[in-house]
Design a protein around this ligand. Structure first.
Ligand code: KDG
Ligand code: MG
Length: 403
């Protein structure tokens, strides 16, 4: 028995907000879990502090599955991003503790390495096609085998996924949501020339990805997929909102472009029909937002039955603790596909020293016992929480539009 004697939430903002759960056992072993939910951080912090932590004290930290079931089945109010991020944080912290007690990196507890490393994709973005291609070339020069391409849409002032001039890309960019304009027609016209140019300049030995950010209808997504087929994208991500999983049937009827979805999924129920009907090729559920390693492994196991591979979300609003957990998962899971990598700032890396590393387009979680991430609490305390939101989008006539 490794009794949980204390647990607390640490909130820090080294350039952006992160919420971290720290659990300690009677033997003085500490486990960390990421609980960051972009733009809704304090809701998860309160859920943990006010409702979950009191139930953890006195429990055996080694009973990961039982604690997961207790928090999921026992809550009455199942699922949802706040609940599942809280459960995800507890789950990560408990795997971290188990690894430290065993003296093994978490991927060894998950069955050991199934591969030498996890292929990652980087983000190449720019205001114009030329700028995006330049960024993609820089990624290829750094050894990336896969690059996501996003370019500004001509005629729209700002495009989500594209950094502001001279700034590092950070999606949550204001203390109240900024409003951006969206035009499907202008966007649809801009993507094919981007991929055409990319293949012309970069050739065919690099995987190219694209994120639609849920902005198309299924039939529009089908058309975009068909138009992109000659350029052989690795995937088209979040082509349409996925609350209605059956909508992906329409996309599938029109294109063979591989489809990825799931960064906002919380449980296997969000993906059940998509997986069972083989409507997607990559499932992007995140370790933090989908209930931790325990649950994302379950999603991957179902996906594996249908030849669907993983492609975990890895944006900068997930802390290094989630990145580490995703790499332990990715190294061990049989149906790994790819892992997203948006490198954190140096300051974030200083607050969260970690064992994972990048080399030649691949990442490895490292061999430190547990997840291999620490938190420098002194440094973290210097950066207070700052409310920050993602932008919202409206159509050119003022209609509120999809994320
Ligand atoms: O919190 C939202 C961001 O993580 C998200 O917009 C980034 O779409 C994204 C991606 O694929 O990384
Ligand atoms: Mg995305």
């Amino acid at each position: 028995m490794a009794e949980i004697v204390s647990a607390r939430v640490i909130i820090t903002c080294p350039g952006r907000n992160f919420v971290t759960l720290r659990i300690e056992t009677s033997d003085g072993v500490v486990g960390l879990g990421d609980a960051t939910l972009n733009g809704r951080e304090l809701a998860v912090a309160s859920y943990l502090t006010d409702h979950v932590i009191p139930c953890l004290i006195g429990r055996d930290a080694h009973r990961i599955e039982d604690i997961w079931q207790y928090l999921y089945r026992g809550a009455y109010w199942r699922r949802g991003p706040v609940t599942m991020s809280s459960i995800g944080a507890v789950d990560m912290a408990l795997w971290d503790i188990k690894g430290k007690v065993a003296g093994l990196p978490v991927y060894q507890l998950l069955g050991g390495a199934s591969r030498d490393g996890c292929m990652v994709y980087g983000h190449a973005n720019g205001a114009t096609i030329e700028e995006t291609i330049e960024a993609a070339i820089a990624h290829v020069e750094q050894g990336y085998k896969a690059v996501r391409l996003q370019a500004g849409v001509p005629g729209l002032k700002a495009t989500y996924g594209v950094a502001k001039p001279g700034q590092r890309y950070e999606p949550a960019d204001a203390s109240l949501p900024t409003e951006s304009l969206w035009s499907t027609e202008r966007y649809m016209r801009s993507v094919v020339p981007l991929f055409e140019k990319a293949r012309e300049v970069l050739g065919w030995d690099v995987h190219l990805l694209h994120d639609v950010h849920h902005r198309l209808t299924p039939i529009e997504a089908g058309r975009l997929g068909k138009d992109l087929e000659p350029f052989r994208p690795f995937w088209l991500e979040d082509a349409t909102p996925a609350e209605n999983q059956a909508a992906f049937r329409i996309i599938r009827q029109h294109t063979t472009v591989p489809l990825a979805v799931g960064e906002i999924f919380n449980t296997v129920w969000d993906a059940k029909q998509l997986i069972e009907e083989q409507l997607i090729d990559y499932v992007r559920a995140t370790i933090v937002h989908a209930g931790g390693l325990t649950h994302v492994r379950r999603i991957a196991a179902l996906a594996d039955l249908y030849q669907i591979r993983t492609g975990c979300h890895g944006a900068t609003d997930l802390s290094p603790v989630t990145m580490a957990a995703a790499l332990h998962f990715g190294l061990s899971v049989p149906n790994f596909g790819i892992q997203e990598l948006m490198p954190h700032t140096e300051l974030t890396d200083a607050v969260f020293p970690h064992a994972y590393s990048y080399k030649h387009g691949m990442m490895h979680p490292g061999d430190k016992p547990g997840l291999g991430v620490e938190i420098d609490e002194k440094l973290a305390a210097k950066y207070e929480y700052k409310r920050a939101y993602l932008p919202v989008a409206r159509l050119e006539d003022g209609t509120m539009f999809n994320w």
